[in-house]
Design a protein. Structure first.
Ligand SMILES: Nc1ncnc2c1ncn2[C@@H]1O[C@H](COP(=O)(O)OP(=O)(O)OP(=O)(O)O)[C@@H](O)[C@H]1O
Ligand SMILES: [Mg+2]
Length: 363
């Protein structure tokens, strides 16, 4: 299980793909390396690998793409095939239950074909072991029969390129990781890069958008193109229903206010967690389970869904003594930290427990 699997599907800022994403993503995917925005380092490295292979007229080394969801791993794998002018076969770790499933796929590959193995960390152990040999020697042993009479029939494979994608590179067994000639680590995108993603997608979706409007969406997209594209679609709805369809910063801001995605990309749950930490516990430290009860969520939801982004944004820190808020958290919610001297036992501000207690913009 990846930590992303537990995200509620209806969350607008989840990086996991929902049904609507899958339907439109194909249309929004850049087709060639030159159209792929950002990830400069991976792009340059990959471009060298591909050019060299093309020049030699042979299949390039196997490629591993690792990084959080929605950053363009699937997109890049399709670009690899397109740049090589090679066909691509798409499958995933969970789809390969038995080594035999993998043998069937491998033995039907054409010479130079790209095999895209998504979620490669979720493959079964026997399939994984078969893959080692296939990657290294372009050969598989097909076992026929059972027990002492079983024989291994070696099967030659045509040269192919495996492109593996994973959100959890750390879970890959080292022998598998070592068999990739190149590993591209995808990073979260800078706002300026996401702004270009939004512009590009808006053009493809026939949405008129000005630079400030694109910047507004980019800033709320949590470094993730998939989220940027999704927010763009929600902003487009708002612009078309409530206005003339043109997306400006003001329209984007108002639209995303309706969807409760704030200027930094936090949603309702993120703000509830942060708000409780600040208002009820004076910024912490407070234990995870206490914090979860305070927001009426499971500890797991708080830990796996809300916290990773809050930590990444430098708004919350996990310490051995509990969760604590950073100065940036107080600032983001427009609250003033209590006086250090007056900060005693938790809760620091008991009156906040009173029904109808002090209100702030977040209530
Ligand atoms: N560099 C980029 N430039 C433009 N669009 C991008 C870029 N990276 C990703 N996208 C867009 O973001 C969406 C998600 O990308 P993609 O499906 O490749 O992510 P992923 O890393 O495979 O995610 P997952 O881990 O969930 O499989 C696609 O619609 C794609 O068009
Ligand atoms: Mg993918």
């Amino acid at each position: 299980m990846s930590p992303y699997d537990s995200e509620p599907a209806d969350r607008l800022v989840t990086a996991a793909a929902d049904g609507e994403d899958q339907a439109v993503e194909a249309a929004l995917r850049p087709k060639l390396l030159d159209e792929f925005i950002g990830q400069e380092r991976v792009r340059e490295q990959l471009s060298l690998v591909l050019q060299a292979a093309r020049r030699r007229g042979s299949a390039p080394d196997h490629v591993l793409l690792s990084g959080p969801p929605g950053l363009g791993k699937t997109t890049l794998s399709m670009i690899i095939a397109a740049e090589l002018g090679a066909p691509i076969r798409i499958t995933s770790g969970p789809a390969i239950q038995h080594a035999g499933d993998l043998a069937a796929i491998l033995s039907s590959l054409a010479e130079g074909e790209v095999l895209f193995l998504d979620e490669i960390h979720r493959m079964s152990r026997p399939a994984e072991e078969m893959l080692y040999m296939a990657m290294e020697d372009f050969r598989v042993d097909v076992i026929v029969g059972k027990g002492p009479g079983a024989t291994a029939i070696p099967l030659e494979l045509p040269p192919f390129t495996l492109v593996g994608a994973t959100t959890r590179a750390g879970l890959l067994p080292p022998p598998l990781r070592d068999r990739f000639g190149f590993t591209g680590h995808m990073e979260f995108y800078a706002p300026a890069e996401l702004q270009r993603v939004v512009h590009r997608s808006a053009a493809l979706l026939d949405v008129e958008i000005d630079p400030a409007g694109a910047a507004e969406i980019a800033g709320r997209s949590r470094g993730t193109p998939r989220i940027a594209n999704r927010l763009l679609r929600r902003v487009r709805d708002y612009a078309q229903v409530r206005h003339d369809g043109v997306v400006t910063a003001e329209i984007a801001g108002r639209a995303l206010e309706v969807y409760e995605v704030d200027a930094r990309g936090l949603d309702r749950l993120d703000r509830a967690v942060l708000g409780a930490l600040l208002r009820l516990f004076g910024g912490g430290p407070v234990g995870l389970s206490t914090l979860a009860v305070a927001v009426g969520e499971e500890a797991e939801t708080v830990e796996e869904v809300a916290e990773p982004f809050l930590v990444r944004e430098g708004l919350l820190a996990r310490t051995p003594r509990g969760r604590i808020a950073t100065a940036a958290a107080w600032q983001h919610l427009g609250l003033v930290p209590p006086d250090r001297a007056g900060r005693g036992a938790v809760p620091a501000q008991p009156e906040l427990f009173a029904p109808g207690g002090p209100r702030s913009p977040e209530n």
